[in-house]
Design a protein around this ligand. Structure first.
Ligand code: NAI
Ligand code: MG
Length: 490
């Protein structure tokens, strides 16, 4: 007998797709594992072309009614989804931790509350949406946002539900219908979201879920001619594939890709704060697109900075992410761990020195990589130029502000940059010269959802957040109305 429910940490998760308001199975499945111990968690329905077609058809069918639903009613339903997330917060947190290995304490206290906030925020934003009218010789230009149509949303495994809802919430608020394709290494919370949305009363076909591999379900979805928007978070090579597929149908895309962001520490910085910020870059075992993985430290304080950093890094507790005392858990998958270790081994062979870590934590078994700091690295080396996506930082020194900016910007990426400095004028000067979608001065990771988010260069295309999300997920319309009694140009 086939069962379509997996019990994960005591929580029942439906392993089928969610299409047009119904659970749909596939003949094929794939195995989802837990990075905590490598154990199989669930056999997940493995979608392809047929499921992609069915889901886009469901999204197309549901679109006219959802687009015509008054904003206040759409907002009410999104707030009901947020309430459902709050109600199941503990379950979402433990399922996500079991599935992707990120810390339970951050899922409980940071990530899942933010998931609910994504829905409430875009509901509020929808109700406030507006632009001042322009006046041209008495003619009023009025800006409005029309829903665009079915949106395909493709998301990664490092922050599965957080990144999915960062797209789902604005796309739905804008009056679009969506097909979500979660990452194959961490699909479970997306299925719980489908349950929550159904319980909240979201009409059938407004939110659809297709599970499966990127090259199968993902590729079929992004190539579908019925799709009006594609939003993707993940790697640069996959973004190139998606861009090619989108080009064939001239579908607008929004890409949030990787990074190799710098963290600049000037001699005038509060050194304790700078060390805190640097250690924070190990969060989620380094699997954070925004991570400031290149520490650039002014030479005069480099020794003292390194001494304090090493003490802090060595005190981090690595272990089971379900344990509240754990600071750093496992990496997502054996393949990711091998990739991380490959980068480190090649860097060491090229002359780098591991002042902290430098290899897997073999005491904990397969999937845990020790927090690592590499020095003696060349600017043009692989370890300084490529995204590792693991708990691996490099440290380089600089002597002048010019040199700091030059090193910071010498990368294909431009997602974020962090600086620690006690001099506000320096902060302003350096910020103006950095290529990055987000710059943090004496802080990290804090971000208002009203602000734009995205990357420069190969770190992304476009910006989402606040009104920028509505600009992307909508066809923006300008309506020009003549003044009363206007008789034409004649
Ligand atoms: P990926 O870019 O292959 O996967 C992300 C999503 O895209 C997944 O849902 C996947 O199924 C889907 N996908 C893959 N190929 C596709 C295709 N041809 N058409 C449509 N969808 C497709 O990333 P992956 O392999 O999981 O991770 C590789 C590297 O990417 C990481 O080591 C890291 O460097 C980077 N990465 C960056 C992230 C970020 O937040 N910017 C998130 C995850 C990974
Ligand atoms: Mg998993």
């Amino acid at each position: 007998m086939t069962t379509h429910t997996a019990t994960v940490a005591g929580v029942a998760v439906d392993t089928r797709h969610w299409i047009g308001g119904a659970r749909v199975a596939s003949a094929a499945t794939f195995t989802d594992e837990s990075p905590i111990d490598g154990r199989a968690l669930a056999e997940i329905a493995r979608g392809g072309r047929a499921e992609a077609d069915a889901a886009v058809a469901a999204a197309q069918a549901a679109f006219p009614a959802w687009a015509a639903t008054p904003p206040a009613e759409r907002a009410r339903l999104l707030r009901a989804v947020a309430d459902g997330v709050d109600k199941r917060l503990e379950e979402l947190a433990i399922v996500e931790t079991t599935d992707n290995g990120a810390l339970l304490r951050s899922h409980r206290r940071g990530v899942m509350p933010r998931v609910a906030h994504n829905f409430r925020f875009f509901a509020d934003r929808l109700e406030e949406l507006g632009h001042e009218d322009f006046d041209t010789r008495g003619h009023t230009n009025h800006v409005s946002w029309d829903p665009a149509g079915p949106c395909v949303l493709i998301t990664p495994w490092n922050a599965p539900l957080m990144l999915a809802t960062w797209k789902v919430a604005p796309a739905l608020a804008a009056g679009n219908t969506v097909v979500l394709k979660p990452a194959e290494w961490s699909p479970l919370t997306a299925s719980l979201l489908a349950d929550i949305a159904a319980e909240a009363g979201l009409p059938a076909g407004v939110l659809n879920l297709v599970q499966g591999y990127g090259t199968e379900a993902g590729a079929a979805l992004v190539a579908h001619p019925g799709v009006r928007r594609i939003s993707f978070t993940g790697s640069v090579p996959t973004a190139r594939h998606i861009a090619r597929a989108a080009a064939a149908n001239l579908v607008p895309t929004s890409f949030e890709l990787g990074g190799k962001s710098p963290l600049l520490v000037f001699a005038d910085a509060d050194l304790d704060l700078a060390v805190d910020l640097a250690v924070e870059q190990y969060d989620n075992a380094g699997q954070v697109c925004l991570a400031g993985t290149r520490l650039l430290v002014e030479s005069s304080i480099a020794e003292e900075f390194t001494r304090r950093f090493v003490a802090r890094a060595e005190a981090l507790r690595q272990g089971d992410p379900r344990d509240e005392a754990t600071d750093i858990g496992p990496n997502i998958h054996a393949r990711q761990l091998e990739k991380i270790d490959g980068f480190v081994r090649r860097a060491l062979a090229a002359g780098a020195r591991a002042v902290v870590g430098g290899g897997p934590n073999t005491d904990l078994g397969g999937l845990y990589y020790r927090p690592t700091l590499l020095t003696d690295v060349a600017q043009d080396s692989e370890i300084v130029q490529e995204e590792v996506f693991g708990p691996v930082l490099t440290l380089q020194t600089f002597d002048t502000e010019d040199e700091a900016v030059r090193l910071a910007n010498d990368t294909r990426f431009g997602l974020a940059a962090t600086l620690a400095t006690g001099d506000p004028e320096r902060a302003a000067r350096v910020t103006a010269r950095l290529v990055a979608g987000t710059v943090w001065v004496n802080c990290f990771f804090v971000r208002d959802l009203r602000a734009p988010f995205g990357g420069s260069r190969e770190s992304g295309v476009g910006r989402e957040g606040g009104t920028w999300s509505f600009d992307f997920y909508c066809d923006v319309k300008n309506t020009v109305t003549a003044p009363r009694g206007w008789r034409g140009h004649g």
